[in-house]
Design a protein. Sequence first.
Lengths: 192, 173
Amino acid sequence: MSALEFAKKIKAKFGDLISEPTKFRGEITIQLGDAERIVEVCEFAKKELDFNYLVDISSVDNYGEDPRWTIVYHLRRLADSCELRLKTSVSEEKSELPSVTTVWKTANWHEREIYDMMGVRFRGHPDLRRILMWEGYPYFPLRKDFPLAGKTTDVPGVAFTQPAPLEGGPFVTAPGGKDAIEREPRVRNPES
Amino acid sequence: MRTNTEIGYDSKIEGDVIVTRVDAALNWFRKNSVWPMPMGLACCAIELMAAGASRFDISRFGSEVMRFSPRQSDCMIVAGTVTYKMAGAVKRIYDQMPEPRWVIAMGACASTGGMYRSYAVLQGVDNIIPVDVYVSGCPPRPEALLDALIKLQNKISKEPVLKRLTAVAALKS
């Protein structure tokens, strides 16, 4: 059975909650309308459709749009390597959705990373701590409104940070330039 | 006509006695047994391991005794990217090393933060500990590290050990 057929089965089960499956470069994506129902959908995908492997959970910051956060689940059946992408949106005011650690245990660290980098909380997570940055770090560095150079912070006895000198950067490569001088990493401010 | 002047120790003239300065003798002991504290944090550590292995052989310079305890080491080789999360640990390990102690910042990241102009990376380990020798490269080849070690040995051989020791003794009394 193909990913499209599995997507249609999920659509048949949950009806209007699930969008029509979209296909891009052979990969199937479905959108879940209500983030609060994510556990139900994931449980169905795992128990009934045998999506026994959660490859990754990632998050997107649609800065300036509402809802701001998109959470993306990559599901896979180990039996036939069939992959399905499941997307859901969370508003900035809420910034919270249920944890799927009860379905796949591996979701534990994926959700901690999203919490650490984006600041989206997962309700019911057994151990929602920062995973890359340290406890007490006040920002969420993967948000679009966080500067690349970082900000000044200090947690005494743990760690401090200072903005990195960008020297007019960030340095950006321009692929397709006519010579190496055009292509190589240089200061390319979008406004200049 | 060329003449060769013997400037080293000549047993025919001096017998079994060597005359030197205490400073020079102490520095000679020190510089030929610099025990490194390998602070391997990223890919530079692989080159550090290569420098320690048979082809490049850091033991030719008396630095083969990699100590994983700061209390037994003389020179911290910071090999790799120092993140802010790791910076506290690096400082703490340096603080536990007994004097005299030296630091080699190996590679672009340890020296300046390298290509990581980011919120997570310390922009040069000299922000937290004093560095004696910086090595360029990403990562530097083992020869570059050995060159840094020779530079450090030259630096050690010029240190006024006795003057420093008597100054410390004068402070204590």
